[in-house]
Design a protein around this ligand. Structure first.
Ligand code: PEP
Ligand code: MG
Length: 875
């Protein structure tokens, strides 16, 4: 088996076998770039080493020595030679970059003899001995596992003895003394002398790199970055070049484009007479790469030429390491450069315009989730953070402000121009005022689809939910985190993208949408088949959604309109009504308000369809919490001076108790409200059609679609549809206009999916409500699972992802696929979409494409992500 490849034998596509670094060194060698000669020991050898009880596979060394001989021939140097010794670096290099996680040894091949040759050849005694002492230190630390501080102590003593401050000031004499001390230390610690034979050094170093694949930090890094544990690392053995051989030598790193902005200009820095670690150590300040033109124009031009060659060759922005040894340029590494999201877009767009990549390739260059960074304020990456706790990353973006524990307080301070973070155990419709006034929302309970999370995402407001560590004490107006009390008014910051809760204020960076960004997403639309709509409840959200490129509204949750603080009392009046007559009085007050809502949204979306869902949540959500009422009632009883309010509150509490359900998510909600109270359905339908009639008369082109929630079969749907159709006919007669509209249904109860053929016959469209469909198919509470037991499922690998975030293709997906086929089977014109939170998640969007939906609908701020994901599903 071939375990060793000379650089000239490999190529870029051999990353699995040669690792990323080895494959790129080979590729660069073969396109004729100046790469110091070397060879790669394969990842297969590493894997065999592990399956072999930590023994290198037979035949490896028999291949290493001839490869080394080739390197000797290419460089004209000999390993261990007393006149012209070859020195090599030994570096790890897995398929995926794992910066700094595994081990590296430089200057290997030095010993008491070869160091003397280096003195003669370089005419620089200090340089040679410095290389030698660095080598022993690195080898001792990495290969022989003698801890680093042992060498640091000797280094400090040497500097003290000589009376100098910096390593670079140490004399050759001091360095020689250090070498002796290093060797003594190693012999004492390991019981063996430092190996003088370069071949033994090489064997030991290769084994150490193999071992470092399995060290703690590498294991952790792989876990965090989802890199498989069984792919192993390759080992690259490469002849050394020195950037510290004098003023005509140097070393540097450069990107072919600016990694933060994407601007097309070489970006990087270098340091003359230095090695890589000097640049990192920060003792001397590196120069910007442009200065190299003054230092050595010829080398600079050569570097510019090579960079652009590398970029065209790899057809992507490169991150390049180079060294200049005595006026000769060497390329040590190149890889696709890491970049910010905005740079990624600019680079992709410009590479297309430069003719280097196709639109399809450009579309595949960016992870949809990366776009999220561009759409929200975020924390300055350089900021120092004191993280207090972690919750669910419920709504992206970051915010800082004073913590407050009630919506009223949030509103009061907000109006006074203060920045606040609203902290609640959970939020209810009652809190909407406070949510509007706050910079961000933090809750101790509730999952990714809890009220706080959904509302915040819609508004584009940061939120962290389900943060268990918070113990909120409303009575004392404080929150306790790990035993520490934080009173109202303390400054917190939250990061809704990571779920972190941070003490104090944090610097923020604002989002901006560039022309590149718009152009890029237009390409996505050209390629995509799925259309992207938005979930939006207000004209502002609708306009936002349009600006982000939504081609319609796939879900308007009308309950959010009922949460308006002005309306809550009327909504409560409707709920508390004892008789139909009383209820109709309240409904009559709500009608013009709802009509105004629909008028605004339909107008903002003229020319596009707007799907309006009838009232969905259980009614008690519009009433205060019983605990809060009890507190108020107790206070009123104590003061005894407001008996009317006391009676009112007591009546309210009775109603709250009467409406309370043990299992509200499976309780009196969705179309069941309309079955019990058809007058509510009629009021909403009337509001929709009256608004539509007005708009049609004003000349607007509108497309209202009425959606019935939570049906389990065609019977409920038919009852609701009749109420809607009859109301529409009435309004058309009254107003003397003709209206075009559709009536469809959500598919969010498994039974409705199972009977989709029957439902499809009578509905104009289906919209998969995958929040409830996931909840009911998997039997997982959407409000409790994420905070409580899902983490254990993920940890035990019972699930690979959270099914409320990434659609469960196997189960829920199977139901959707089936319902699509059944529905289309009986109604070929059936419209098909999704409006659960999954509609904005790339993996789920791909699934929606695969099963043949017409559109996905998601929060306005996720529309760009969904557009890109929809295009990627095609490519
Ligand atoms: C759903 O269940 O997926 C849905 C969109 O409805 P809601 O989240 O309002 O229950
Ligand atoms: Mg639902």
């Amino acid at each position: 088996k071939k375990y060793v490849y000379l650089f000239s034998e490999g190529k870029a596509s051999m990353r699995d076998l040669l690792g990323g670094k080895g494959a790129n060194l080979a590729e660069m060698t073969n396109i004729g770039l100046p790469v110091p000669p070397g060879f790669t020991i394969t990842t297969e050898a590493c894997n065999a080493y592990y399956s072999n009880g930590e023994n290198v596979p037979d035949g490896t060394w028999d291949q290493v020595w001839p490869a080394l001989a080739e390197v000797e021939a290419a460089t004209g140097k000999l390993f261990g030679d007393k006149k012209n010794p070859l020195l090599v670096s030994v570096r790890s290099g897995a398929k995926f970059s794992m910066p700094g996680m595994m081990d590296t040894v430089l200057n290997l091949g030095l010993n008491d003899d070869t160091v003397e040759a280096l003195v003669v050849n370089t005419q620089n005694e200090r340089f040679a001995w410095d290389c030698y002492r660095r080598f022993i230190q690195m080898f001792g630390d990495v290969v022989l596992e003698v801890e680093h501080y042992n060498f640091e102590q000797i280094l400090e003593t040497a500097k003290e003895k000589q009376g100098v401050h910096y390593d670079s000031e140490l004399s050759a004499e001091s360095l020689k003394w250090m070498v002796t001390e290093y060797k003594k230390k190693i012999e004492r610690k390991t019981g063996k002398p430092f190996p003088m034979d370069p071949k033994v050094q090489l064997e030991l170093a290769v084994l150490a790199v193999f071992r470092s694949w399995n060290n703690d930090r590498a294991n952790v890094y792989r876990k965090i970055n989802n890199i498989p544990h069984d792919i192993g690392t390759a080992v690259n053995v490469q002849s050394m070049v020195f950037g510290n051989m004098g003023s005509d030598s140097g070393t540097g790193v450069a990107f072919t484009r600016n990694p933060s902005t994407g601007e097309k200009a070489l970006y990087g820095e270098y340091l003359m007479n230095a090695q890589g670690e000097d640049v990192v150590a920060g003792i001397r300040t590196p120069q910007p790469i442009a200065t190299l033109a003054q230092e050595n124009l010829e080398i600079y031009n050569q570097f510019v030429e090579i960079s652009s060659r590398l970029e065209s060759h790899y057809r992507d922005m490169q991150d390049i390491e180079f060294t200049i040894e005595r006026g000769k340029l060497y390329m040590l590494q190149t890889r696709n450069g890491k970049r910010t999201a905005s740079a990624a877009i600019r680079v992709a767009v410009e590479l297309f315009h430069e003719g280097m990549i196709s639109k399809e390739e450009a579309i595949m260059r960016i992870e949809p989730e990366q776009l999220d960074h561009l759409l929200h304020r975020r924390m300055d990456t350089g900021a120092k953070l004191q993280v207090l706790a972690k919750g669910l990353p419920a709504s992206p973006g970051a915010a800082s402000g004073k913590i407050v524990f009630s919506a009223e307080e949030a509103e009061r301070l907000g109006e006074a121009g203060e920045k606040v973070i609203l902290v609640r155990t959970e939020t209810t419709p009652d809190d909407i005022r406070g949510i509007l006034a706050a910079q961000g929302i933090l809750t101790s309970r509730g999952g990714m689809t809890s009220h706080a999370a959904v509302v915040s995402r819609h508004m584009g407001k940061p939120a962290v939910c389900g943060c268990d560590a918070l113990k909120i004490d409303y009575g004392q107006d404080l929150v306790v985190i790990e035993g520490v009390e934080y009173p109202a008014g303390s400054i917190f910051s939250i990061d809704g993208s990571s779920g972190r809760v941070i003490k104090g204020e944090v610097a923020m960076v604002d989002p901006e949408l560039s022309e590149n960004f718009k152009e890029y997403l237009d390409w996505a639309d050209e390629i995509a088949r799925l259309r992207v709509m938005a979930n939006a409840d207000t004209p502002t959200e609708a306009t936002n959604a349009r600006n982000f490129g939504a081609v319609g509204i796939g879900l308007t949750r009308t309950e959010h309109m009922f949460m308006d603080p002005e309306r809550i009392p009327i909504v409560q009046e409707m709920i508390l009504a004892q008789t139909l007559e009383e209820r109709e009085v309240a409904l009559a007050k709500l009608l013009p308000m709802q009509e105004g809502d629909f008028y605004g949204i339909l107008k903002a979306m003229q020319g596009l369809s707007v799907t309006i869902r009838l009232l969905d949540p259980p009614l008690h959500e519009f009433l205060p919490h019983s605990e809060e009422l009890i507190v108020e009632i107790t206070k009123l009883k104590m003061t005894q001076n407001d008996p009317d309010t006391l009676h009112e509150k007591e009546a309210l509490l009775r109603k709250v108790r009467a409406l309370s359900e043990l299992n509200p998510m499976l309780g009196h909600r969705g179309c069941r409200l309309g079955v019990s109270f058809p007058e509510i359905t009629v009021m909403q339908a009337r509001a929709i059609f009256q608004a539509s009639a007005r708009l049609v008369k004003e000349g607007y082109d509108i497309h209202p679609e009425v959606m019935i929630p939570l049906i389990m079969g065609k019977e409920e749907f038919l009852m609701m549809r009749k109420l809607v159709d009859d109301t529409a006919a009435e309004v058309m007669r009254e107003q003397n206009v003709s209206l075009h509209y559709k009536v469809g249904t959500m598919i969010e109860v498994p039974r409705a999916a199972l009977l989709a053929d029957e439902v499809g016959k009578v509905a104009d469209f289906f919209s998969f409500g995958t929040n409830d469909l996931t909840q009911m198919t998997m039997g997982l509470s959407r409000d409790d699972a994420q905070g409580k037991f899902l983490p254990a499922y993920l940890e035990n690998k019972l699930m690979s992802t959270d099914p409320f975030v990434v659609l469960d293709r196997a189960g829920v997906g199977k139901l959707i696929d089936m319902a699509v086929k059944l529905g289309r089977g009986t109604n070929p014109n059936l419209g098909l979409g999704i409006c659960g939170e999954h509609g904005g998640e790339p993996n789920s969007v791909e699934f929606c494409h695969m099963v043949g939906l017409d559109y996905v609908s998601c929060s306005p701020f996720r529309v760009p992500i969904a557009r890109l994901a929809a295009a990627q599903a095609v490519v």
